[in-house]
Design a protein around this ligand. Structure first.
Ligand SMILES: Nc1nc2c(ncn2[C@@H]2O[C@H](COP(=O)(O)OP(=O)(O)OP(=O)(O)O)[C@@H](O)[C@H]2O)c(=O)[nH]1
Ligand SMILES: [K+]
Ligand SMILES: [Mg+2]
Length: 391
């Protein structure tokens, strides 16, 4: 019933351009359904792998068209753009009534309405989580339903926000986690979001001339030259260098050719563990990238916050003035793998220029001795202390 309400809201605000876009999306959806049907009819074996590979690239192309169509023609103001704020952004994605709003209200000062009926939250509600000297923007979002990625309910907007996050929390209900998790993963996958994955190690460079050059530097068990050529042909790429450096799948290779994938870290958050047995809690907690939780009983809330912190992979750098103690209250909050130059830039843009910067003194886990005199390229570690010496 609520979906209907959402559907009605959507169609009410759809103007001429948007209506055309919806119609176009409808055509693409039909073709996607046809290809999915054909794929499910086709047996998987050596003889069909080429055919299946091409179908997969056709499918990927259509899905990209769908997303791009939406981005270009979607009525303005229907997304819920919330300004990025703080050192990192965490978005909660889940089915209705799994406890997203309850969690936001538990860990931030923002009150997001929580209730026993589905679709209580209708837009993006930001809250701020203060942890370890960092400010983390936590986004509460409307519940999504299966088919969200194809435009059902507010799914598209929700996924659009998820795309902008540094970490996605897949919020699950402990009584239905095994059903909900794969459905949510599928919705995010189908719009090009890759969870807890790193980009496949494949070099791909389209060129103007010279034909296709294919090299594999490891034995391949899913891909072969013919298949790669077939997929590239599907994308109308006739000149390119391809170097495959890992045993990647057809899907991985298509991701590389599409080039628009987003690799985002994700944590499965299983809420309402007060509703299931202790044995079940134990089983759920063993799933990879998972934290179990009860917002109502405040069980494991701190564990979740510290897992969020770990997964964001932030790096705190305490700055220090010459002759003074370091300021441990207000760190620079950067990303893991940051350099001294990044830290200088965070203090002031001009300090990141070689004309101003002489060297830095660093104390902490990144150094061999304390302090160590280092240049711009030195890699900093979490909780390092840094003193900048200028010219
Ligand atoms: N048993 C139990 N119920 C919970 C827990 N956390 C939240 N709830 C209840 O679950 C219901 C839904 O909570 P919400 O926070 O509104 O869920 P939501 O995911 O934001 O829902 P939508 O905004 O509708 O998508 C409310 O009645 C909460 O009181 C929990 O840890 N255990
Ligand atoms: K609810
Ligand atoms: Mg809610």
């Amino acid at each position: 019933m609520c979906c209907l309400r959402n559907g009605r809201v959507l169609s009410l605000c759809a103007g001429g351009g948007a209506r055309k876009a919806l119609k176009m999306a409808g055509g693409i959806l039909e073709r996607i359904a046809e290809i999915e049907k054909e794929m499910s009819r086709t047996q998987k074996n050596k003889a069909t792998e080429y055919h299946l590979g091409l179908l997969k690239s056709k499918l990927a192309k259509l899905r990209t068209q769908l997303i791009q169509g939406e981005q270009k023609t979607g009525p303005a103001g229907t997304g819920f753009e919330v300004v990025k704020y703080g050192d990192a952004r965490v978005a909660m994605v889940g089915f209705p009534s799994v406890g997203k709003s309850t969690f936001l209200s538990t860990v931030t000062k923002t009150e997001s309405e929580a209730a026993a009926y589905e679709f209580t939250t209708l837009t993006c509600i930001p809250g701020i989580l203060y942890h370890n000297g960092a400010t983390i923007q936590l986004l509460d979002l409307p519940g999504i339903i299966s088919g969200a990625s194809e435009g059902k309910g507010r799914g598209r907007q929700v996924i659009g926000v998820a795309r902008s996050a540094d970490l996605i929390l897949l919020m699950l209900d402990a009584t239905k986690a095994d059903v909900q998790r794969p459905l949510l993963e599928k919705e995010l996958e189908s719009v090009g979001i890759r969870l807890n994955k790193s980009p496949p190690n494949v070099y791909f460079k389209p060129k103007a001339t010279g034909g296709l050059k294919f090299t594999a530097i490891v034995p391949l068990t899913h891909l072969n030259e013919k298949l790669v050529y077939g997929i590239l042909h599907e994308y109308k790429v006739h000149n390119a260098d391809v170097i495959v450096r890992e045993d990647c799948t057809v899907d991985d290779f298509i991701d590389i050719v599409e080039g628009n994938r987003q690799y985002i870290r994700c944590l499965n958050v299983v809420n309402k563990i007060d509703s299931v047995s202790i044995e079940e809690v134990d089983r759920l907690a063993r799933y990879p990238h998972t934290v179990v939780l009860s917002c109502n009983l405040r069980l494991n809330v701190d564990t979740l916050i510290s897992r969020i912190w770990d997964d964001l992979r932030l790096c705190r750098v305490y700055t220090k003035k010459r002759g003074h103690a370091p300021d441990f209250t207000d760190p620079l909050v950067l990303r893991a793998g940051c350099t001294v130059q990044d830290a200088c830039r965070a203090v002031h843009r001009s300090l990141a220029e070689a004309s101003r910067f002489k060297y830095a003194l660093v104390w902490g886990r990144s150094t061999k001795h304390n302090p160590q005199r280092v240049g711009f390229q030195h890699l900093l570690a979490d909780e390092d202390v840094m003193q900048i010496v200028t010219r």
